[in-house]
Design a protein around this ligand. Sequence first.
Ligand code: CP3
Length: 347
Amino acid sequence: MSDNLHNSRFLKACRGEKADATPIWLMRQAGRYMPEYQAVRSKTTFLGLCKTPELACQVTVEAQEKLGVDAAILFADLLPVLEPMGFALDYKEGEGPVIGNPVRVAKDVDRVKLHKPLSTMPFVYDAILLIRRGLKPDIPLIGFAGLPFTLAAYTIEGGSSKHFQHAKTFMLNDEGAWNELLGKLSRVVIDYVNAQIDAGVQAVQLFDSWVGCLGPAEYRRYVLPHTKAVVAGIKSRVPIIHFGVGTATLVDAMHEAGADVMGFDWQTPIGATWKRLGVCAVQGNLDPITLFARREVVLEKAGEVLKDAGGRPGHIFNLGHGILPGTPVDNVRALVNYVHERSVEHI
Ligand code: CP3
């Protein structure tokens, strides 16, 4: 890795080292709230965009440059990795992702195929090569993947869900088939992420977006062993960020999976939780809804996050979950500038 990248604010913070200001990037920073994204998206479907490296590169680099954030995140999605496993994936307008042939009984797990993403999803790796060339040499690129629980939830529910009734019932009724499904997902995700690192990403974020629907005991029994296996399969190559929503009571168990950086949602108090976990670096955690408020309120709340993090080396500013459609872009830019200027007072 070049010195420029190694010494970037973002990667310093991932290692728990002091930086000249608190780095900031935002989950879903390239998305529908941004006119530039909408313009590209109007030419194709969402999956078409994910599978066209030139367009994925364009929206990734444009978002980083327009916002002035300290890292870019690969434009892709959690779910396309499921297609070569035999799942019929579609994104329906206003409904989100839909899987036409979900897993519902133990026997369905037998038809879930293993694959090598490097050859089945070449568009992801081509996009990484293009993005790395398109970004300024000191801006790190973050790769990402979904963790087995969240991926399994989609394969069983067949789409987004409020209560995860099918997924949790499957998990409780047939632990053997559950472990087999999550084991298959883990193997594919490990290959998927390692090939992203080979292609040129400088860090990876592992999303367990919906794991907050479980309690700590269930998390430890049904999820943690699989997440541990994924982290162990990619560990020590680049910093790993581990994130889920609604996880204030799960972060202690999640931390045992071994990631380098823990991502906190907005309900998790940064300072106290960081101290308790003793983790090297922490990412988060402004409530994404805050960005819809008046400018002064956005900045006041951002200031509270900086204060809670206390200037401790290793803080990466982010939202507590992804930016929502309709978020005012000017508030996002004001947030980025504020974090860069004001964090200096805290460190
Ligand atoms: O800028 C970035 O952060 C990179 C791009 C990115 C997308 N999805 C683009 C996207 C990333 C990192 C993701 C991850 C992702 N995808 C997650 C984890 C993050 C989280 O929110 O917890 C999840 C759960 C998914 C699955 C997914 N993809 C859903 C539920 C939806 C529909 C809901 C929605 O926001 O539309 C998507 C579609 C999606 N992924 C869009 C984008 C920009 C919108 C699609 C469109 O343009 O119509």
